[in-house]
Design a protein around this ligand. Structure first.
Ligand SMILES: *Cc1c(COP(=O)(O)O)cnc(C)c1O
Length: 401
């Protein structure tokens, strides 16, 4: 992958050759995230997006504390999805005015934490209105809330749909008048709306369409709202290319579309800030997973490189996290990255299951025991999205370099 240079035949991450980095980390497998690339991604995005758009980091994509700390200094806000993530965001020094908390099953203790911290809570049910009203009374401060809406449309071409149709997320738009009047009666501090249609989308026109529909829906709902809309989260869903044939998301039309919405908002929702929340797009391409080859086996003519980590650390790359048909992530042998000697080989993990497959019959540099297999596009939904206890192997470590 072009974002990581090759020096002396080795992949370089955060200024370190991969073999030296492995020594410095002191163990394999590990994830490495490149600070320079994280910064560059935010800078490039800001250069294209209109200045008035607020950029939030959805930290479920990668909750490593050091990385969240770095991101908190680069973006305008952090979106959390649990009490645990809220703690990491607060530790990272995120501005509580710009932290928001979403998720379909918030426990009472988590809501209490959030009200006490003063962050914005994305309301997702009638139950949460009641709970927050009583917590607000107990703590003597009204909960700040935005209503997460389950719209009557879907994000087309999305890897994972999270809005439209029957969903556990948000409140169905048909029920909003009733919900909003309950919010008003409960004395909660209403601040706006949150819409999140889906994830991993590479089609700019679908994202634009979802953002436009989300904006128009929010503008209509604002007429029944207990207070002026100050916060309008239009979601995200920006995808990154993982597989052969996928092309990079074209940001230009999205930026144009957002500029038009900002323009409309100036007169139609004059107090509102427009926010987009991105996870994968901000961090996915800045990270790699590195696993050492323990064994090289040839079975009936097929080469298997057996590595010291697999789906227990990197479920997504094995194809078991949201994919319908298994496809290979981009992979190389990091310490032989520009070798001309190549072969077709499969990279498998150490687990006793055929699902533990990191690369299925891929063209790779010829590898030996001790070499380092590298999975690219691994900065999002890696370590924290994997079943590390499965089969009792040791855990994976993460470094920010
Ligand atoms: C998962 C999620 C995100 C992040 O999605 P990405 O595809 O990683 O950008 C943002 N907002 C909400 C509400 C989410 O649930």
């Amino acid at each position: 992958m072009s974002q990581f240079p090759i020096v002396g035949g080795e992949l370089v991450v955060g200024g370190h050759r991969i073999s030296e980095l492995a020594e410095r980390v002191g163990q394999t497998p590990f994830y490495a995230y490149d600070r320079g690339l994280l910064r560059q991604r935010v800078t490039e995005l800001r250069a294209v997006l209109p200045a008035g758009i607020k950029l939030h980091y959805a930290m479920k994509a990668n909750p490593m504390p050091a990385l969240v700390c770095l991101m908190a200094g680069l973006v305008d806000g952090i979106d959390v999805a649990s009490g645990g993530e809220l703690k990491v965001a607060l530790d990272a020094g995120a501005d509580v005015a710009e932290v928001s908390f979403a998720g379909p099953g918030k426990r009472a203790a988590e809501l209490r934490q959030a009200v006490a911290a003063g962050v914005l809570i994305n309301l997702e049910s009638f139950r949460e209105v009641e709970l927050l009203a009583s917590i607000s009374r107990q703590l003597g401060r009204p909960a700040r809330v935005a209503v997460r809406v389950n719209p009557d449309f879907e994000l087309k071409g999305s890897g994972m749909k999270m809005g439209g149709g029957p969903k556990q997320f948000g409140v169905d738009v048909e029920l909003l008048p009733e919900l909003l009047s309950q919010v008003k009666r409960s004395g909660l501090a209403f601040e706006g709306f949150h819409l999140f249609a889906g994830s991993q989308n590479l089609r700019a026109e679908s994202i634009c369409e979802a953002q436009l529909k989300s904006y128009e829906l929010a503008r209509r709902l604002a007429e029944d709202a207990p207070a002026p809309v100050r916060f309008l989260n239009l979601g995200g869903g920006f995808g990154i290319p993982y597989f052969p044939g996928e092309t990079r998301l074209d940001l230009a039309p999205i930026a144009d579309n957002l500029a038009q919405l900002l323009d409309r908002a100036r007169s139609e929702l004059p107090k509102a800030e427009l926010v987009i929340e991105l996870g994968r797009y901000l961090v996915g391409e800045a990270g790699i997973y590195v696993t050492r080859i323990l064994d090289r086996k040839v079975s009936r003519g097929q080469v298997f490189l057996v590595a010291d980590g697999g789906l227990n650390h990197h479920l997504s790359a094995s194809g078991n996290f949201g994919q319908v048909i298994r496809k290979n992530y981009p992979v190389t042998i990091g310490n032989r990255a520009d070798s001309a000697e190549r072969e077709t080989a499969s990279v498998v993990g150490p687990l006793c299951t055929p699902l533990d497959l990191l690369a299925d019959r891929l063209d790779l540099p010829v590898a030996q025991e001790g070499d380092l297999a590298v999975i690219f596009q691994s900065g999002a939904y890696g370590s924290s999205a994997s079943p590390q206890a499965f089969l009792g192997h040791s855990g994976v470590t993460e470094v920010l370099v």
